[in-house]
Design a protein around this ligand. Structure first.
Ligand code: 13P
Length: 256
């Protein structure tokens, strides 16, 4: 049985002061939620301030990016060791926005994941096909290549520290969620790729779904056999909505 993991990806939203308001509103709403790992990835600038609030509530802090380099003359970059210092337990790498807007390749994502693992941070590695690729019948081919390339440097003995996030690009920020059946089909396929890469450990790797997750659809997504969590953008900016997503079991029947 894989432990559910519900994560907020705030992208480039909220000042540190706004993030603190969220933390004070959100933390009491998920106190005692022991059924799942709860993760929040604010912008770098808010990590320190909200990390201090979350520490007392069992909410894990995550970064949205990391440098593949350990240290040195890399203006504007943030290293894995700096994230450890602020209490980060997870970091997102390979988000489709970074792949498409900032030109990140599978090879770079692989180096970032390796830098995180070396520092003791769990990488949340994102993969997902575009609408064009799906309509051309290339979904599995694209996912295969992304998994192979992005996880190339994850040693088998560290596989369980990995979280994979399936984020179909056509469902991100569009309000167009993958149906539970479409998402499950992709997750089951990704699981076969993980088995090929990591053998027995693959059954313990969590695969999150991301793309227009809301309180109204989270239960039906989480009910799928290979959907172990959610990576939530827009709806995670609201502490009430994200707390409902964390307590997804209470949302049963919300979409009907
Ligand atoms: P939305 O939930 O806003 O569609 O964003 C999904 C996402 O990209 C999370 O990383």
């Amino acid at each position: 049985m894989r432990r559910p993991i519900l994560a907020a990806n705030w992208k480039m939203h909220k000042t540190a002061a706004e993030a603190l308001d969220f933390a004070y509103a959100f933390a009491p709403r998920v106190d005692g939620a022991t059924h799942a790992d709860v993760v929040v990835a604010p912008p770098f600038t808010a990590l320190d301030r909200i990390g201090r609030v979350f520490a007392g509530h069992g909410i894990a802090l995550a970064a949205q990016n990391v440098s593949p380099e350990a240290e040195g003359a890399f203006t504007g970059e943030v290293s894995a060791r700096m994230l450890v210092d602020l209490g980060c337990r997870y970091a997102i790498v390979g988000h489709s926005e970074r792949r498409t807007l900032f030109g990140e390749t599978d090879a770079l994502v692989a180096r970032k994941a390796a830098a995180l693992l070396a520092a003791g941070i769990r990488p949340i590695v994102c993969v997902g096909e575009t609408l064009e690729q799906r309509e051309a019948g290339r979904t599995f081919e694209v996912l295969s290549a992304q998994v192979e390339g992005s996880l190339a440097q994850v040693p088998r003995e560290r596989a369980e520290d990995l979280v994979l996030a399936y984020e179909p690009v056509w469902a991100i920020g569009t309000g167009r969620t993958a149906t539970p059946a479409i998402a499950q089909e992709a997750h089951a396929f990704l699981r076969t790729r993980l088995v090929a890469r990591f053998a027995g450990s693959a059954e313990r790797i969590r695969i999150q779904y991301g793309g227009s997750v809301k309180p109204e659809n989270v239960y039906d997504l989480m009910a799928q056999a290979d959907i172990d969590g959610a990576l939530v953008g827009g709806a995670s900016l609201d502490p009430v909505a994200f707390a409902r997503i964390v307590r997804f079991e209470a949302e049963k029947g919300a979409s009907r």
